[in-house]
Write a protein that binds this ligand. Structure first.
Ligand code: CA
Ligand code: CA
Length: 429
């Protein structure tokens, strides 16, 4: 059959495209741009905030590389305790999300060193919209100005169905990602490191987690995948106030609770998957959430690699690897009807690996947990020879081009090790 053309349809298509109805638009932002510009590649906007105004569902905001030196005058919204620099409250849709992404392989860096709103917590990207994607952005230098209890935040999620991907949050006084509202958010292949609040409460840094997820009742389906957290002054991953289940998978947490020169800071757990340690029984969630931590790695954290943190019920700990944490697995629970700590109950521990710590597992009531295939519950005797490498610097290898975690020999089982034949740990299969 000969090729046919449909002139009327072509004209209609061109018209629709011209109106932006057929094709999603790209908007551009650049450090030397102007918000009075057109938002085009040639005349980019200066701020993501201006780009949000222009963007419709389905559109992509292309953020050019370079340093965006943020100032107090960039604060878009000041509400409650927070001063938000970029406030993303416009939603996409299921079929047409709005994407805010690094342009090609460029590296946009949001340097917030100069943002010091008196008496306010800084929230760099405050997201209340849904069906949004944030990809490839870097945040650094975030300050804390308040000296009593407080926190600042790099990425603050209050929306649903958002994807936060390949974000870098480092050398700030803030929490990397802090999600406190909304369902079905995915935090994918993000890195948070060297975050320490050296200002508030005597500079202990007790709130500076790499990743925090504290959904209220009804906010379900939040997942962290492929994220790394290291040298954060508090915990790597923390869901202490989560009233719904949170999932952590393929995530790595190392040397949290320490500075890069190994000074001790605050809590220092790799995965703090639990909470309510001091909550009166009457204020506990009606259904205690059961968190899942699987295929995760915890190394050298100041306190526990994997910590149930007083949760009044068990969690699912599957195929994780812990090495040289003060305690590799701390399963501490509390009673549900009174604030009394007890050895962990209700946990499911399957195929977890523990090596190199004086304490494989503590605060654990084996008679009230389901455990199988763990190196420490089967009595498996491991030696250095069971591993291809024990060089933890490999944790910092560069990610793959698509953002996935790097391959490494570290903690990978040697070919004939029982770790492989028994399928133990994050790399045992
Ligand atoms: Ca803390
Ligand atoms: Ca914490």
């Amino acid at each position: 059959m000969k090729h046919k053309t449909f002139p009327l349809l072509s004209v209609a298509g061109a018209l629709l495209a011209g109106c932006g109805l057929l094709q999603a638009a790209d908007w551009y932002v650049a450090p030397a741009g102007s918000d009075a510009g057109a938002g085009s590649l040639e005349k980019p906007f200066a701020t993501v905030q201006r780009a949000q105004q222009a963007a419709n569902p389905g559109d992509t905001v292309q953020i050019r590389g370079g340093t965006y030196r943020m100032k107090n005058s960039d604060i878009s919204k000041s509400k409650g305790p927070y001063a938000s620099l970029t406030f993303l409250d416009k939603s996409g849709t299921k079929d047409k999300p709005i994407t805010y992404r690094a342009y090609r392989d460029e590296k946009p860096v949001f340097d917030c060193t100069d943002v010091k709103p008196p008496g306010k917590r800084v929230s760099v990207f405050s997201v209340t919209g849904s069906w949004l994607r944030l990809v490839g952005l870097e945040v650094t230098g975030v300050q804390v100005t308040i000296t009593d209890h407080t926190q600042s935040i790099c990425f603050h999620n209050n929306g649903s169905n958002n994807i936060y991907e390949r974000l870098l949050m480092h050398d700030t006084q803030a929490i990397g990602i802090y999600s406190v509202e909304g369902s079905n958010n995915l935090f994918l292949n993000c890195d948070a490191w060297n975050n320490w609040d050296s200002t508030s409460e005597g500079g202990r840094g007790g709130n500076s987690d790499g990743f925090g997820c504290h959904p209220p009742k009804g906010s379900t389906g939040n997942v962290f995948r492929g994220c790394r957290a290291w040298f954060n002054s508090d915990d790597g991953f923390d869901c202490i106030n989560a009233r719904e289940s949170v999932t952590f998978e393929n995530c790595w947490a190392f040397y949290n609770g320490f500075t890069p020169d190994m000074k001790k800071r605050a809590d220092g757990n790799g995965f703090k998957a639990g909470g309510f340690g001091k909550t009166p029984a009457s204020e506990l969630p009606s259904t205690i959430p059961r968190h899942t931590v699987r295929n995760c790695v915890a190394v050298g954290n100041k306190a526990a690699g994997f910590y149930a943190n007083h949760q009044p019920g068990g969690g699912d700990w599957l195929n994780n690897s812990a090495y040289r944490n003060s305690v590799n697995y701390n399963m501490l629970c509390r009673l549900i009807d009174e604030v009394t700590d007890v050895d962990g109950y209700g946990h499911k521990l399957v195929n977890n690996l523990s090596y190199g710590s004086r304490w494989d597992i503590l605060k654990y009531d084996a008679s009230k947990c389901q455990a199988s295939g763990n190196s420490f519950t089967t009595g498996l005797k491991l030696t250095d020879k069971d591993f291809v490498s024990l060089d933890d610097k490999e944790l910092l290898r560069p990610r793959k081009p698509n953002g996935d975690l790097p391959d490494m020999g570290f903690l990978r089982p040697a070919p004939r090790s029982a770790i492989v034949t028994q399928g133990i740990g994050a790399f045992g299969k």
